[in-house]
Design a protein around this ligand. Structure first.
Ligand SMILES: OC[C@H]1O[C@H](O)[C@H](O)[C@@H]1O
Length: 289
């Protein structure tokens, strides 16, 4: 549940030149962290997407695109669809310029949209902005009451800084998700995992499995009451664009977990899924568009 937007992916062929032209390639792709997860998971098992897109042609085409990936799409339609400009440097790293548009406007999630769900995955972006922030908290409470597992992605240090680390940790303590997934910077920023160890704030999430990704370095899983699980990442040869790699990991991790209930298998599923998106523009596993 969360954002469904257009990504404008800009591959820089050289360092950005301030005040003049820079040589680039530009791609328009479907984006939004939550939609990316749904799109990748749609190929792995039954998946639903919940969110809000604009009442416009762009919204129509993004919904069609997600449905073509086998996703059951449930969206409110209002305002204008969001667009996120993503600058990709030559190492594949991203700088994002988000205008989330209608994605922030979600304010009505009928109970039937939660029917049949085993797990609800929510990028932390969905806590930021209103009315989507309050809607998200309220939907998580409803989902937990129905016995649905909850997974939250830490999204980005920029978003967490804007939202407030203390406020985010208080929210996590209250919501007690089954999984909190993030990269090592995000998990260290929150103080929940650091250098392969539980962080100083990990005790605030006593029921949550912490999943820390570290690029080519092993993924570390801290499951409550257990030793840390360290899962090696197979080597990847070509990296051009890291957009959506975390979302692909979440899709592979969660889909495999639901099938096997095994955290090592889940990490391997996440690594395999993430490896497929690293050489194509944006959050896609396809060839260069
Ligand atoms: O997680 C990657 C996504 O974050 C931003 O929301 C972009 O839309 C991009 O597709």
């Amino acid at each position: 549940m969360g954002d469904l937007v257009e990504d404008v992916i800009v591959w820089l062929a050289e360092p950005l030149r301030h005040g003049t032209d820079t040589e680039v390639e530009i791609f328009h792709t479907r984006g939004g962290s939550a939609a990316n997860v749904a799109s990748f998971a749609g190929h792995l098992g039954p998946t639903r997407f919940i969110g809000c897109v604009g009442n416009d042609h762009l919204g129509d085409s993004l919904v069609r695109d997600l449905e073509a990936d086998g996703v059951d799409v449930r969206v409110q339609r209002k305002n204008a669809t969001g667009t996120i400009v993503i600058l990709i440097d030559q190492s594949g790293e991203r700088s994002m310029l988000p205008n989330r548009g209608a994605a922030k406007m979600l304010d009505d999630v009928p109970d039937e949209w939660l029917d049949g769900l085993q797990l609800l995955h929510i990028p932390a972006y969905s806590f930021s902005g209103e009315p989507v922030g309050n809607t998200t908290v309220e939907v998580i409470r409803r989902a937990k009451a129905k016995g649905i597992l909850i997974s939250i992605d830490a999204s980005s240090t920029g978003m967490l800084a804007q939202f407030g680390v203390e406020r985010f940790l208080d929210l996590m303590t209250e919501l007690s998700p089954d999984f909190l997934i993030g990269n090592e910077s995000e998990m260290a920023f929150l103080g929940v995992a650091n250098n392969g160890q539980r962080g100083v704030h990990a005790h605030r999430l006593p029921q949550t499995t912490l999943v820390t990704k570290a690029g080519a370095d092993p993924t570390i899983v801290h499951c409550p009451g257990e030793e840390a699980l360290v899962v090696r990442v197979p080597a990847v040869t070509e990296i051009r664009d890291l957009t959506g790699a975390g979302d692909a990991f979440a899709a592979g991790f969660l889909s495999t977990f639901l099938q096997t209930r095994d955290l090592k298998n889940a990490c391997e599923g996440g690594h395999a899924s993430a490896a497929r998106v690293l050489s194509s523009p944006g959050a896609s596993a396809g060839s260069k568009a």
